[in-house]
Structures are given as structure tokens and as C-alpha cells.
Design a protein around this ligand. Structure first.
Ligand code: KIV
Ligand code: ZN
Length: 407
């Protein structure tokens, strides 16, 4: 991280777009617990919900604004965020939605209204049944109304990824004139390629009247597995806010994963001219909290926070890592809060890893004779061959006891 680069604003939407994952419903207490953790993590803007959706949603956003909005212990400290988290509420382009979103967030010391309206022809014609001109008029009126309530206004042209570029520039210029301070560019259906999305942000910044006075933001969905790549391309194109969720949860295939974007920047500092104030050491615990409360199980091989993300099973890899971790690790597990061992014992494991595991379990030095070690290793291989789930610490203790009693 460097003060010479631009600050990348981390906008977390786990509690709004993330909660739109099929089957996920979080109660108010659970949302508050996650919001507190996201504040400790160092998130800059928290989209706490969609207040018009239900009285429960309104209540949760209002309580987060009151209870988590003020600067809290665990968020501040050396090298950490020294400002309150902005609490944001989503609103469609209607006065009732916008007023309700404002009423829900207004007690947070820093608050934002996020107004959206689709701009792609397919949404205008079939969903909203309005013309492009009517779309621009509604943006002017609704962003203007939001601005009469609150200074910090974000506008999203929904389905921007499939909208006509010239029209998008006109619509965004209208939003800027009406008072928007952040322009979020959603690839709502995860359709864009990284090249296309990066170019889109670059094009909008260069061709929208007033663009220099606002922050451009990415909002990518993962329908083609490109959400993280598209978000990073958006940063390269000039976006300085990213909309992300923990574990990448969200509608359909999900949103961009917060931890993936941040660790890409961390791993390639010279590739992205931005810095952030996220405490990456809280990634693993935050991921597990969201997994437990949302019931959305994190796939074992998920980058950064999957159970297997830092485990090495094959003998060649284990031997390499035992000699020098950097042979097969590009991220230090402790940097993302992973503190458990990195060796998975299975049928591909070799003697080196087996011996190291025995030592970790307290069977180092002369605990086993050379013959006992050989017997234990042979039995371990037989066991690993027959077990689908890998060899556990309990299996290892049983194996040692067995070898000792039979020799
Ligand atoms: O994906 C999307 O277009 C959204 C908007 C409401 C920002 O979530
Ligand atoms: Zn979305």
C-alpha cells in the first residue's frame, strides 16, 4: 500500500446483493453481526440493504445505520481506517423508494442513497416500457430528488454492460448534472469480457460530460466466471470504487468476491495504481462468519478462503513447501488469517510430509524407531488409498499406537 496511489473504495454489498442469493435470508441480528465484522475488516461503504423491500429490511438498515455507522473499536488503529463506514441503502427510481432508503440510512454519521434505473434497450422496452428520452427524464428527476435529501448519491444504470455506449454517456451526464457523486457501472448479467469491461469504464470516463468530478465504480456478476477479472480490468480502466461481496455471494452465480480483488492488488502492487485499507488478516474469519450465517457453503477450492486454498497434497508439492514455502505459495496463509497447517495427508503424500506431520503431532525425535516409522508409513499409504476424505490427525494417532503395540 502506498499513499502515492489512489485510494480504492471498497463497497461491500454482502447484505444487499449478497442476500439476494437464492435461499439466503439473514435476520436483523445476523446482519448487524456481519456489518460489525465488515467495519472491522475496513470496508469503506456498506450497502446495508434495500429498505423498501420489507419492514424487516428497513429495520435492519436503520439499526445498522445507528449501531454500526458510528466509528467503532476494531476499525481504527495504526494504518487502519480512521473514518466512519458509509452506510448505504438501495432505491429504485421512485420517490417512495428513495425517501424510504433515506429514512433508513439517515442516522449514520456518513450515509449514501444508491439509486438505479436500467439503461439497456432490452430492459427499457420489455421491463420498464419507457423510451430512452423518458429514461433520461426519470434519472434527472429521481437523482435530483435524492440529492435534495442527501449529499452522497450513487447512480447505477442497470445492465450497463449491455447498454448502448453513446446513450449510456448521455444518461450518466444527466445523473451527474442532477447531483450524483458516484457512478456505478453494473455488468448486471455477467456478460462482459475483461477487455470489454475495462474499455467500457475507460470510454465512459473519457466521453461523459462532468466525468472528472465523480468516482466511477465497478459492479460485476459472475455468470461466466469473470467477475473478479472484469473488476480488475475496471480498475485498470480508471474505476476507483469496487462493489463486492464476501465469498462472492449474490444473485445467480454471485457477485465479485471482495477477498479475491484485494489479494490480487496485494499480490501485484505494480499492476494496479491503487491502495486499500482492508485488514486482510480478517478474511478467513469473515468468510466463515458469512458462510455460517448465510448457509452458503464456500466451495473447498475457492480462491483465498476455500478450505483447500493453502493445502498441499502431492508429495512433490509437500516436499517443495517444506524446503521453501514460496515454491508453491504466492500468498502467505497468515496474511489472510489462515493459521492451520498447510499439509493435507492423502495418498499422494510422501515421506517428508508424513514425517513432518508426525513431528507436529508430538512424535518427533526417537518417538518411533526406524522400523516403526517404515511400518507406519506403509500403513498410512494403505489407509490413504482407502479413505476418500484424507487422513486426519486422529487417524495418525491411531496409526502410531497401532505400530507401537505391534512391534
Ligand atoms: O446487478 C445490478 O445491476 C445491481 C444494481 C441494482 C446495482 O445489483
Ligand atoms: Zn448486482
Amino acid at each position: 500500500m502506498s499513499a502515492a496511489t489512489d485510494k480504492l473504495i471498497i463497497f461491500d454489498t454482502t447484505l444487499r446483493d449478497g442476500e439476494q442469493s437464492p435461499g439466503v435470508t439473514l435476520n436483523t441480528e445476523e446482519k448487524i453481526e456481519i456489518a460489525r465484522q465488515l467495519s472491522r475488516l475496513g470496508v469503506d461503504v456498506l450497502e446495508a440493504g434495500f429498505p423498501i423491500a420489507s419492514p424487516g429490511d428497513f429495520n435492519a438498515v436503520q439499526r445498522i445505520a445507528r449501531e454500526v455507522g458510528p466509528l467503532m473499536e476494531g476499525r481504527t488503529g495504526e494504518g487502519r481506517v480512521n473514518q466512519e463506514m458509509v452506510i448505504c441503502g438501495l432505491a429504485r427510481s421512485t420517490k417512495n423508494d428513495i425517501q424510504t432508503a433515506y429514512d433508513a440510512v439517515k442516522e449514520a454519521p456518513r450515509h449514501r442513497i444508491h439509486v438505479f434505473l436500467a439503461t439497456s434497450d432490452i430492459h427499457l422496452e420489455f421491463k420498464l416500457k419507457i423510451s430512452r428520452e423518458q429514461c433520461k427524464e426519470r434519472i434527472a428527476e429521481m437523482v435530483g430528488f435524492a440529492k435534495s435529501l442527501c449529499q452522497d448519491i450513487e447512480f447505477s444504470p442497470e445492465d450497463a454492460g449491455r447498454s448502448d455506449r453513446a446513450f449510456l454517456c448521455e444518461a450518466l451526464a444527466v445523473a451527474i448534472r442532477a447531483g450524483a457523486t458516484t457512478l456505478n457501472i453494473p455488468d448486471t448479467v455477467g456478460y462482459n469480457t475483461p477487455q470489454e469491461y475495462g474499455d467500457l469504464i475507460r470510454h465512459l470516463k473519457a466521453n461523459t460530460a462532468g466525468a472528472e468530478s465523480v468516482v466511477f465504480s465497478t459492479h460485476c456478476h459472475d455468470d461466466l466466471g469473470l467477475a473478479t477479472a472484469n473488476t480488475l480490468a475496471g480498475i485498470s480502466g480508471g474505476a476507483r470504487q469496487v462493489e463486492v461481496t464476501i465469498n462472492g455471494i449474490g444473485e445467480r452465480a454471485g457477485n465479485t468476491s471482495l477477498e479475491e480483488v484485494v489479494m490480487n492488488i496485494h499480490t501485484h502492487p505494480s499492476a494496479y495504481p491503487v491502495h486499500h485499507t482492508i485488514n486482510t488478516r480478517l478474511f478467513f474469519s469473515t468468510s466463515r462468519m458469512v458462510e455460517d450465517l448465510s448457509g452458503m457453503v464456500v466451495q473447498a477450492n475457492k480462491a483465498i478462503v476455500g478450505r483447500n486454498a493453502f493445502l498441499h497434497e502431492s508429495g512433490i508439492h509437500q516436499d517443495g513447501v517444506l524446503k521453501n514455502k514460496q515454491t508453491y505459495e504466492i500468498i502467505r496463509p497468515e496474511d489472510v488469517g489462515v493459521t492451520t497447517g498447510n499439509l493435507a495427508l492423502g495418498k499422494h503424500s510422501g515421506r517428508h510430509a508424513f514425517k513432518t506431520k508426525l513431528e507436529d503431532l508430538g512424535y518427533g525425535g526417537a518417538a518411533l524407531s526406524e522400523t516403526q516409522f517404515q511400518m507406519a508409513f506403509t500403513r498410512f499409504k494403505d489407509l490413504a488409498d482407502s479413505k476418500k476424505s484424507g487422513v486426519t490427525d486422529g487417524d495418525m494417532h491411531a496409526l502410531v499406537a497401532d505400530v507401537r503395540s505391534s512391534s
